[in-house]
Design a protein around this ligand. Structure first.
Ligand code: GLC
Length: 438
C-alpha cells in the first residue's frame, strides 16, 4: 500500500520530467525500439527462490531474520540453469526484450562483482557468474537486454537501513559512511554498464533517499557516457525516460507517450511455490491488449526456481502468449494507441501510418457481428488478422443528406474465432477518419 502510494505520488514528477524532453528528437529516436516492442519479460531471480519467500521484503518486514534470509545463499545452485533456453522461451513468447534483477533490495548480485562479497560466485554453490551467459543469449536471439538494479541495498554494511525497524546510522550523522555506500553502488553500476552495455536500466527503490542523496544526475550521466542511447525507467526520482506503473493497469490512457506496466504472472515477483494464483493466458492477454490499445508496454514477470528451472505454469503462459503473438504480429508490434471507446466498445490499435484499424474482439456477440460507429474514412478492405480472409460488412443508419457515417457491422464467421482474441483489420484508403460532429 505504502509503495503504491509512493509511486502515485511520483507520477506528476515523472510526467513533468518526461515532458521537459518530449520535443527532443533524440529521445524519440532512442525510445523507438521500446515503443514498438510492446512486450518484455521481467525476471526476478535471487536467493529468495530457495525458501520461496518474498524477495528482500521478507527480512525487511521481519518475517525472517536477516541471518536466516542470507542462509538461502547455500541453496542457490543454478544446477538446471540453461540461459539459452530462457532466452529462447522469451523470444517464443513474442517479447522483444527482457529485464533481469542483477541485484534486488537484498544486495545479492548475480554477477561477478568486485564490490562487496554478497554475490553468486563468492557465496553460493552455483559459483559462477549467471548474468553474462543470459545477456549473451538474449543478444544471440536478437532481444534487447535490460538490467534491474536496486538502489537500496539493505544488506550492505554502509547502507543506512537494514530492516523496517533498524537503522545502522543516519546520513546526517555520518556523511562519510554514506559516501562509502555511494562509491560502492556506483562502482557496481559502472561495472554492469561497461560489462553488459544494457539497452535499458530498470531502477528500483529510489524512494528511500532524495535525488541529491543518491546523486541521480551524476549516475545518469555516468551511464549515458557509456551508452548515450540507453533507456531509463522512472524510478530515479523522476529522472527517467518512461513511466513505470506497477500491477495497476491504467484505467485511462496515460498522457505520457512512454510507459510500461510491470505485472506478476501470479501474485509474487520471485518464485513462491505456495502461490498458485496464476493468471490464465486469457487474463494476461486481457492486460496485454489493454496496454497495447493505450500505447504502452507490458513487462510480464516470471520467477525462476533457485536451480534455474522456470515453473511450468509460467512456461505455459509464455508459450500461449507466443502463439497468439505470432499469429497477430501485425496488430501488436509498432502499433499506435487505438480509437476512443465511443467508436467501439473495446480495445483497438492503429498501424504506424494510421491507415489500418485493428479491432481486438474477445467476446463475439451472439449474431457473430461486431459494430463500430462514427468511422468516416473510406474502407478499402476488412479482413481477419492471421489468415487474411476477407470479412463481410454492412453499413446501417447512413442517409444520403448528411455525412454521418452510420454503423459499421462486421461479420466474423464462427470457424475463424481465435480462442483468446480475434483481430479484425479495417484498411482505409488513407489515414483513418473519425466522425466528430454532434
Ligand atoms: C517493487 C518491489 C520489488 C519488486 C518491484 C517490481 O518496487 O520493491 O520487490 O521487485 O517492485 O516492480
Amino acid at each position: 500500500m505504502k509503495k503504491i502510494l509512493l509511486i502515485l505520488l511520483m507520477v506528476p514528477l515523472l510526467l513533468s520530467a518526461q515532458s521537459e524532453t518530449l520535443s527532443d528528437t533524440s529521445l524519440v529516436k532512442k525510445m523507438q525500439w521500446f515503443k514498438d516492442a510492446k512486450l518484455g519479460i521481467f525476471i526476478h531471480w535471487g536467493i529468495y527462490a530457495v525458501n520461496g519467500i518474498g524477495e528482500s521484503w521478507s527480512f525487511y518486514n521481519g518475517q525472517i531474520s536477516h541471518n536466516d534470509y542470507l542462509k538461502q545463499t547455500k541453496g542457490f545452485t543454478a544446477a538446471n540453469y540453461h540461459p539459452g533456453q530462457w532466452a529462447d522461451l522469451i523470444k517464443e513468447s513474442g517479447a522483444r526484450y527482457a529485464v533481469i534483477t542483477s541485484k534486488h533490495h537484498d544486495g545479492f548480485a548475480l554477477w561477478d562483482t568486485k564490490y562487496g562479497n554478497l554475490n553468486v560466485i563468492k557465496k553460493t554453490p552455483a559459483k559462477r557468474d549467471v548474468l553474462t551467459p543470459f545477456i549473451d543469449s538474449l543478444r544471440k536471439d536478437g532481444l534487447k537486454a535490460g538490467l534491474y538494479f536496486s538502489l537500496i541495498d539493505w544488506s550492505y554494511k554502509d547502507y543506512p537501513k537494514l530492516t523496517r525497524d533498524s537503522l545502522r546510522y543516519k546520513i546526517s550523522d555520518d556523511p562519510k559512511r554514506w559516501q562509502k555506500f555511494l562509491k560502492y553502488y556506483q562502482g557496481q553500476l559502472l561495472e554492469l554498464a561497461t560489462r553488459y552495455n544494457p539497452d535499458l536500466w530498470w531502477f528500483d527503490g529510489d524512494w528511500e533517499h532524495s535525488a541529491d542523496e543518491w546523486e541521480i544526475i551524476k549516475v545518469r550521466k555516468m551511464l549515458l557516457d557509456v551508452n548515450p542511447d540507453v533507456i531509463f525507467n522512472s524510478r530515479l526520482r523522476g529522472h527517467g525516460d518512461y513511466a513505470t506503473p506497477e500491477i495497476g493497469t491504467p484505467v485511462h490512457r496515460p498522457e505520457t507517450p512512454y510507459w510500461e506496466l510491470c505485472m506478476t504472472s501470479n501474485d509474487s515477483w520471485g518464485y513462491q511455490p505456495q502461490d498458485t494464483s496464476y493468471k490464465t493466458p486469457q487474463e494476461v492477454l486481457d492486460i496485454f491488449i489493454d496496454c497495447i490499445s493505450k500505447g504502452g508496454n507490458l513487462l510480464l514477470d516470471i520467477g525462476p526456481k533457485a536451480d534455474g528451472t522456470i515453473p511450468e505454469q509460467q512456461v505455459h503462459i509464455l508459450k500461449e502468449l507466443g502463439k497468439w503473438n505470432s499469429k497477430h504480429k501485425e496488430a501488436v508490434y509498432g502499433t499506435l494507441p487505438g480509437i476512443p471507446y465511443d467508436y467501439f466498445y473495446g480495445p483497438t490499435a492503429l498501424s504506424a501510418d494510421s491507415t489500418v484499424l485493428y479491432v481486438y474482439v474477445r467476446d463475439i456477440l451472439k449474431d457473430n457481428q461486431i459494430v463500430l460507429k462514427g468511422i468516416s474514412g473510406k474502407i478499402k478492405n476488412i479482413r481477419l488478422v492471421g489468415s487474411n480472409s476477407p470479412l463481410r460488412h454492412k453499413i446501417l443508419t447512413k442517409v444520403s443528406w448528411n455525412n454521418y457515417p452510420g454503423l459499421l457491422y462486421i461479420n466474423i464467421p464462427k470457424n475463424s474465432i481465435d480462442p483468446y482474441y480475434t483481430v479484425v483489420a479495417i484498411e482505409f484508403d488513407g489515414k483513418i477518419r473519425l466522425y466528430h460532429n454532434h
